[in-house]
Design a binder for this molecule. Sequence first.
Ligand code: NAD
Length: 504
Amino acid sequence: MSVDIAEQATTHGNLIGGEWRAARGGETFDSVNPARRSEVLGHFARSSKSDVEDAVAAAVAAQPGWARTPMPGRAEVIARAGRLLEERKEDLAQLMTREMGKVLTEARGDVQEGIDMAKYMAGHGRNPVGEVVPSELRDKRCFTERVPIGVVGCITPWNFPMAIPCWKLMPALLAGNAVVFKPAEDTPLVAIRLAEILTEAGLPAGVLNLVTGYGEECGAELVEHPAIRAISFTGSVEVGHQIAATCGRLGKRVSLELGGKNAIVVTSDADLELAVDGALWGAFGTAGQRCTATSRLVVERPVLDAFTERLVARVSQLRLGDGLDPQTDVGPVINPTQLRRIHSYTEIGQKESARLLVGGSIATEGVLGEGNFYNPTVFADVRPEMRVAQEEIFGPTVVVLPADDTDEAIRIANGTRYGLSLSLYTRDLARALRAVDRLEAGIVYINAPTIGAEIQLPFGGTKWTGNGHREAGTTAFDEFTEWKTVYIDYSGRLQRAQIDTPKE
Ligand code: NAD
């Protein structure tokens, strides 16, 4: 399954009821390489309402049979998918770099997350799915069990084209749901490869359906469809809140993983070398396009100059380029719209009189001009209320905010509408543990940057970042199952809870 040039011309359909079909309207859209916009990776079905209806109908038909398949059998399919992902890891990583831009090492990590999730979920196929709970009455057995929700819609962003779909699809499928999957329009090809793998692994026709296309044209239809019982969404706050409003109106379950404005706090006793390493990786990995990317550095004044100098020296050395080139540190950003948006934040920062230390421009030298490259950017003298300190930029831009002491630094770190990932660097154990108590986020790191989640732990954010759900870990099943509570009375008479007391 190597990705060759011939594939560039291929037109790909939707996966509906086990068949690959063109969109009913016959229209397509292209996926292009963000490092070289002239390279088209393929043409993809531009789906609309009728395609979504077909996909949902196929899922509705397939779901009861899949739910009746014993869970260890469902887990076996996930395990086989994991093995196929592992065999094809390198090809998939290279494809991902071409479709989405992240450097190859990170693309391998993205596929590895999918592999890890498959193995983890496959293991869960033989785990308990409920509890036996004592009854207050005699001859009465009470237990709970998790049951599938039915047909769920999974809508994903482009920044983790393999990991995020696996985080959703694998637990949803293992739990016995059928899925309609709507990947981001910038990364349809990696999504199609994943759907092919799950099909090859033995998923029955219709259990997983995939529709490609634009959010407003087919994503919104999926959310509205009456047979979709739950939506699992990862993406922007704007779209997430819109989806939540629709699901509220229609009485559907919705889980949201939205944006972040994550911060690293560098205290006066931090190991500065370690903190600079963390800041670089956190802010410029995936060109800053991670929901957990470090976009604020809150630095205590005694180490402000030393930290900032070291940081800027290292940022100036970062090499921009095609993620397939092993020399590249920072790849392109996803598309020209995002490139312009990132640059608009540089202009906003300058208007707000933040001090631009490095970067701040679209890179156009040589071949970089053929792609969407932004020079890694650092702003200093940033105040907490500035827009560059409050709004998610989603690009290779980081802002430095001074703080008088750790209390103020933690207040600043907590002072946004987001609550995904916060980090603090210190050598002092008590300071570290106090920070764990006080940082307001779904994920807290000590002496590590804001990125680096592992799939066996819950993942998600507080405040604007989410709505209380957590992906990954065992909490993944909360998203994709309903609890059923079962009472079995074998006393042979009417027993009234709260009223009758058992007699000797
Ligand atoms: P986006 O919200 O624009 O799109 C996400 C998905 O939603 C895409 O598949 C898109 O087609 C679809 N969509 C768009 N409009 C829709 C609508 N009206 N109805 C239904 N679906 C619709 O986000 P993006 O630009 O792809 O991703 C970047 C954002 O995702 C950032 O804000 C980032 O922080 C966030 N993100 C969050 C997490 C997390 O776990 N918290 C992880 C990765 C990315």
